[in-house]
Design a protein around this ligand. Structure first.
Ligand SMILES: Nc1nc2c(ncn2[C@@H]2O[C@H](COP(=O)(O)OP(=O)(O)OP(=O)(O)O)[C@@H](O)[C@H]2O)c(=O)[nH]1
Ligand SMILES: [Mg+2]
Length: 869
């Protein structure tokens, strides 16, 4: 505290402390005023008296009701609520009069000072500032530390703050200006804090979800949101940010993704309106100069033409683009085409040969195309040797330069369109017609239908047999279109041809048994000492012999039939003979000891028995696969191992139900998804496919839990030595997450075949897989988790740890039994939530409720043997 005295000095200071226009009472002759001033001298050597902040219970501070009434459009006045000062403010004022040294919380006084924002209050602001700066200056003092994370009192800030909005300072920057004299240094701290989890206004609510300002990213909890953002005439902006341009990083989320907080505070209609003005109000639109097309920034007319054309580029962000007015192709400067927009738009800039940074030595409308485009041209059977120059028109019609002869249309064949979809190249709409499009929209805003167009690509991968095709088929049956007649027909053929495969396996198996039986008989004849053992051995041998005899007869007979091509006889015979042979084999203890499970006996895939037992029906011409058959059948497409479906997912889900009154669901555009499956074979071809999928929103990686005790010859590489299947899956997973193109792509791991896992975990220890050798299930009385659940958690954690170690990010895990459709539905709803979390995280640093499914903070150590943990 510094005493100010002398002449009109003190009067001026006191005047500043009073509201404008208030008369200063005449001082009694002997009155002694003390006024606090900011101390900016060198650090002092003595202890400064400190005042501890008072705790003000929530609700003790009178507040005005937030205005959530009719929304006003840009430019109109913001409704102003009268300011109610926090008690802290009053206390501080009293304190400033020195007569009353009542403890006053520095934070709230700072806040109150800011709120008034008038010049008459600047002294109080400085005064509050002085206490804050002096305590920061004394280094490690308690007060200093506290001041860095100032909790703030809950008071009304909207209204008058909006009046100051034009000053170009947001709430937080003003606060930095006054309270944190350290300038840049402090700003950095404050900015990272802002990204943190606490409410920007009250400093609380670390775990609550929040809504963020689209300008300054300040995030507010449910208690402060409406106070900080007022009636939101330009969408989600602090009142002090109204009129200011949005943070461009948030542009793609403009008008969407309202938080749960907002949905809780306002009616769905209000939320929708706020999102609408956020998307459409003038202040939030791109400015023409933010778009550089063919090297020239747009002017107003060009911008208007671009946005109002028949097919404008949706979700525009500021940046440099190229545009080919003949074909309508549009892309980011230096990149492949991104979309096809209306043709013949007039821009100042001309398309340059190197616009897309292509190096294919083939030119389309003057632009050197990229290698990936060249590949598509080849698929489209366009002859394009080096240095070909094409003209390509809006409908894909093309001709060589100077030839005046349309040779065909590039995007006509479904195969070309499919290939384009896979490599994310645009194609014109099928009914694309002639000439320059008319302009049905005249406003500058992007039409709604474009917003709804967002398709999220989900790539599903996994090692062979992990269930990716089952999940894919379930998704198709759940959300996609029905199977076409053609698809049913090919499924039928596939099921029938699988039967041959199964029988082939049977025949191979027969030979193996024969060899084994031979080995056993050699062994018993050489060192059969124990007569009892001898007897059981010879029993078992004779059993094997008799079985082998049967199998041999069976297989010889099958071979004959196959040779004759008499399939009508073949399948019934197979069914008739197959089951009893297996049953009899299974009776043998030696075989049981070796194979543990009847279905492992013949090394047939899981589905084989299902189909073989109905071989007559399945092999007949009239056979029509049921939905269950489709699910059980192996293989989706017989072609290139690539398949995709488009679907939407509505918001009525058990998971979003857990979000309480989930209004935002109704206000959000329905997301469209494209599920792309690459067969394990495709994956194994050196992961060549992978790069084509760099723009996927998510990778779903499926692993069969039941693989942990299975040996399999690796499907890639030259080695044919058997290897644990789980380890193979792990290796493929690791190779996939390391792909540079998935650096920013979230992963969901689906641990599938939980039913088989549960069934076998009791008899076959999880540690059969060397990666799980330290699994140590808890057996306390209080622990009612089944062994399978513990093992599942453990496996999930192993993958999470692996993922975190390799990418520093968190892996999302879900459990499934893919043959069981509801579990796949649940998995996709979980996947949708993850996508939403990721979106919200991008926008607001929002973090979903931490749980096993969303966090990596848990570790598998709980389930590891102590010695190794
Ligand atoms: N019991 C059980 N069987 C499953 C489950 N998921 C898939 N299967 C079966 O496992 C077999 C292999 O599943 P697919 O979906 O074909 O596996 P994939 O990943 O497509 O494997 P590839 O076709 O080899 O690439 C099929 O017979 C499925 O019916 C499951 O959760 N439980
Ligand atoms: Mg399959």
């Amino acid at each position: 505290m510094a005493a100010a005295g002398g002449g009109a000095d003190w009067e001026e200071l006191v005047r500043r402390m009073f509201p404008p226009g208030t008369a200063i009472p005449d001082p009694p002759a002997n009155l002694d005023y003390s006024v606090a001033l900011e101390y900016d001298g060198p650090p002092v050597s003595y202890d400064l008296p400190r005042i501890d902040p008072v705790h003000i219970p929530a609700g003790a501070i009178p507040t005005a009701d937030a205005a959530s009434g009719p929304l006003l459009l840009a430019g109109a006045a913001v409704p102003v609520a009268p300011v109610v000062l926090a008690p802290g403010g009053r206390a501080r004022r009293a304190a400033n009069n020195t007569t009353n040294p009542a403890p006053a919380p520095a934070p709230s006084s700072t806040r109150a000072a800011q709120q008034r924002g008038s010049s008459a209050d600047s002294a109080s602001a400085r005064d509050a500032h002085s206490s804050s700066s002096s305590s920061s200056e004394d280094g490690g003092s308690r007060g200093g530390r506290r001041n860095q994370r100032r909790p703030r009192a809950q008071v009304v800030t909207f209204g008058e703050a909006a009046a100051a909005g034009g000053s170009g300072h947001d709430d937080s920057s003003r606060e930095l200006d006054t309270a944190e004299p350290g300038g840049e240094q402090y700003a950095a701290v404050a900015r990272s804090e802002r990204k943190g989890r606490t409410c920007h206004r009250c400093g609380k609510g670390k775990w609550e979800s929040k809504e963020a300002c689209v300008v300054c990213d300040a995030r507010y909890c449910g208690h402060c949101l409406l106070r900080a953002m007022g009636s939101m005439p330009e969408g989600r902006k602090c009142v002090t940010c109204i009129g200011r341009p949005i943070d461009e990083a948030k542009r793609s989320r403009l008008g969407r993704g309202a938080s749960r907080v907002l949905a809780r505070l306002l009616s769905p209609l209000e939320v929708r309106q706020i999102l609408k003005v956020e998307r459409e109000c003038q202040a939030n639109q791109l400015r023409p100069e933010q778009l550089v097309v063919n090297g020239f920034p747009l002017n107003d007319e060009e911008m208007a033409e671009l946005l109002s054309c028949h097919r404008p580029p949706g979700n525009l962000k500021p940046g440099r683009y190229w545009y080919d007015k003949e074909s309508g192709l549009w892309g980011k400067e230096g990149e492949k085409p991104d979309r096809i927009i209306s043709t013949d738009l007039k821009f100042n800039g001309k398309l340059q040969p190197d616009a897309s940074n292509g190096n294919a030595q083939v030119y389309m409308n003057g632009r050197e195309i990229t290698k990936i485009e060249l590949r598509i041209l080849k698929i489209a059977k366009v002859q394009c040797p080096r240095d070909t120059h094409f003209w390509v028109y809006h409908d894909g019609g093309y001709e060589e330069e100077g030839q005046n002869n349309i040779k065909g249309k590039i995007w006509e064949s479904p195969l070309t369109r499919f290939a384009c979809a896979l490599v994310s190249l645009p194609v014109p709409p099928v009914n694309s017609d002639g000439t320059k499009d008319e302009a049905p929209y005249s406003s500058r805003t992007v039409p709604d239908y474009l917003d709804n167009k967002r398709v999220q690509k989900l790539l599903i991968l996994g090692s062979p047999g992990a269930g990716t095709s089952t999940i894919f088929k379930q998704a198709k049956l759940l959300y996609g279109s029905r199977f076409t007649q053609e698809e049913l027909e090919s499924t039928k053929l596939m099921i029938q041809s699988n039967m041959f495969k199964y029988l082939g396996i049977l025949l191979e198996g027969r030979e193996r048994f024969e060899e084994e039986a031979l080995a056993v008989s050699n062994h018993t004849s050489s060192d059969g000492e124990d007569p009892q053992q001898d007897e059981s051995q010879s029993n078992s041998n004779s059993c094997i012999y008799s079985i082998n005899a049967k199998l041999k007869k069976f297989s010889d007979w099958l071979l004959d039939i196959i040779a004759m091509g008499d399939l009508d006889a073949f399948f019934p015979a197979a069914t008739r003979e197959y089951a009893p042979v297996v049953d009899e084999l299974w009776k043998d203890p030696a075989i049981q000891a070796t194979y543990k499970r009847k279905d492992e006996l013949h090394f047939l895939p899981d589905a084989a028995e299902y189909f073989l037992s109905r071989a007559i029906e399945v092999s007949s011409n009239e056979y029509e696969p049921s939905e269950k058959d489709i699910i059980y059948a192996e293989g989706v497409t017989q072609g290139n191992g690539l398949a995709f479906i488009d679907f939407t997912l509505d918001d009525r889900s058990p998971m979003s139900g857990s979000f309480g009154d989930n209004h935002e669901a109704h206000s959000q555009p329905v997301n469209k998804y494209q599920l792309i499956r690459v067969s394990a074979k495709g994956m194994n071809e050196g992961c060549k496919w992978v790069e084509m999928f760099e723009d996927v929103s998510m990778v779903i990686f499926s692993v069969a839990l039941s693989d942990y005790d299975q040996l399999w010859a690796p499907s890639s590489g030259s080695s044919r030595t058997l290897m644990n299947k789980m380890i193979q899956s792990r290796d493929l997973f690791e190779a996939t997450i390391r792909q540079p193109c998935f650096r920013d792509t979230p992963f969901v791991l689906v641990l599938n075949k939980y039913d088989l896992f549960e069934e076998k975990i009791g008899r076959s220890p999880l540690s059969s897989c060397e990666w799980f050798s330290d699994f140590c299930p808890l057996r306390t009385h209080h622990n009612n988790q089944s062994l399978a659940q513990q093992a599942f958690y453990y496996v999930a954690m192993k993958f999470k740890d692996l993922y975190a170690a390799s990418t520093g990010r968190k892996l999302f895990v879900w459990q499934a039994r893919a043959r069981d459709r509801p579990t796949v539905d649940e998995a996709f709803r979980y996947i949708r939530e993850v996508l939403r979390w990721e979106d919200e995280r991008d926008v607001a640093g929002y973090c979903p409720e931490e749980s096993f499914y969303s966090t990596t903070e848990l570790s598998s150590s709980r389930l590891i043997t102590p010695a190794e943990a």
